[in-house]
Design a protein around this ligand. Sequence first.
Ligand SMILES: NC(=O)c1ccc[n+]([C@@H]2O[C@H](COP(=O)([O-])OP(=O)(O)OC[C@H]3O[C@@H](n4cnc5c(N)ncnc54)[C@H](O)[C@@H]3O)[C@@H](O)[C@H]2O)c1
Length: 317
Amino acid sequence: MNLLVTGSAGFIGFHLCKKLLLEGHKIVGVDNYSDYYEVSLKKARNAILTKNENFSEVIIDINDYEKLDKIFKENKFDKVINLAAIAGVRHSLEDPFIYEKINGMGFLNILECCRHNNVKDLVYASSSSVYGGNDKVPASEEDTVDSPISLYAATKKYNELLAHTYSHLFGLNCTGLRFFTVYGPYGRPDMALFLFAKAIVAKEPINVFNNGKMERDFTYVDDIVNGITLAIKNPFKNEVFNLGRGETVQLTHFIELIEKELGKQTTRNMMPMQPGDVSKSLADVSKAKKMLGYEPKVSVEEGIRNSIKWYKEYYHV
Ligand SMILES: NC(=O)c1ccc[n+]([C@@H]2O[C@H](COP(=O)([O-])OP(=O)(O)OC[C@H]3O[C@@H](n4cnc5c(N)ncnc54)[C@H](O)[C@@H]3O)[C@@H](O)[C@H]2O)c1
C-alpha cells in the first residue's frame, strides 16, 4: 500500500512506520518536528526510518493546507494514518490555543485532503482521555464520552465527531483508536516512564500524584502498533476502538519496576491530584478483539525491561 503517516517522527508514528516498512509498504511520513519535547529524539527516530528506501520524509505542518494538499495530489495515497498532534494532557492547560490549532484545525485539514483527493480510508489517533471523569471501569466504547476534563481530551473527542461527520457526508471510512498510556523504547520524555527514569538516575525525588493512588492501563507500543496495523487492514465506515492492555497497574508498582531495571532507588514526593488527570484508566478491549483481532501480548514487566534497556543505551546511562 501507498500510505501517509502523519506524526511519523513521533513515538508511536516511528514504531508504526518501522513495522509497515518491514511489511513492504511505501510510506510518506509527515512531521513538523514540533519542539514540544526534544527534537533530537525525533531526528534519531527519523534517521532510522530514512534508511529504508520505501520511506520518504516531508517536513510540513498539517496546518498548512496548501502544502498538505500538494503531498496528497502527488502521492495518491491508498490510506492515511493521522497521528500528528500535541499529545500531553497537562500542557493543554497551559497552552490551549496550540491544541485547538493542531489537534482541531490540523485534523480538519487531513479530513478535507482525504475528501478532495479520493482517499477512502482514514485511521486516526484518539485517546483514552475522552473517557474524562467517567467513574465506570473498564471503559467501553459504548460509554458516554461527553465530559472531557482537559482541553486535550476535548480535542480528541472533537476529532471523533468530525470523523463521524466526514464518514456520513463524504463516505470516508474512519477508524479512531483510543490509545491507553503507551510506553516503550524511543518513548516520549514528557511521559511518566522516562520522567521517572531520569529522576531515579539523578537520585532526585519523584513527584507521585494523587499520593500514589493512581492506576493506569499501560500499553506497550508493539501492541498498539499491532492494533493500528489491524485497523489499517480492516476499514470500517465509522468506528472507534479502545487499544489498551486491558489490565491496570498501580503507579507505585510501575515505579518499583523501573527502579529494579535501573538498579537504583529514589524517594517519592507525594503530591495531590493534578487538574485534568484521572486516577484510574482501564480499557475494555473486547470490541477491538472481536472486530479487529487485536490481542495485546506484552506484560508490564517485559515492557519496562525493554524500555529501560533502550533508555540506558540511548542516554548512555
Ligand atoms: N503516547 C500515548 O500514550 C498516547 C495516548 C493516547 C493518544 N495518543 C495520541 O497518539 C498520537 C501519537 O502520540 P505520540 O505519543 O507518538 O506523540 P508524539 O508527540 O511523540 O508524536 C506526535 C508527532 O506529531 C508531530 N506533530 C505535532 N504537530 C504537528 C503538526 N502541526 N504538523 C505535523 N506534525 C506535527 C510531532 O512533531 C510528533 O513527532 C497523538 O495523536 C496522541 O495524541 C498518544
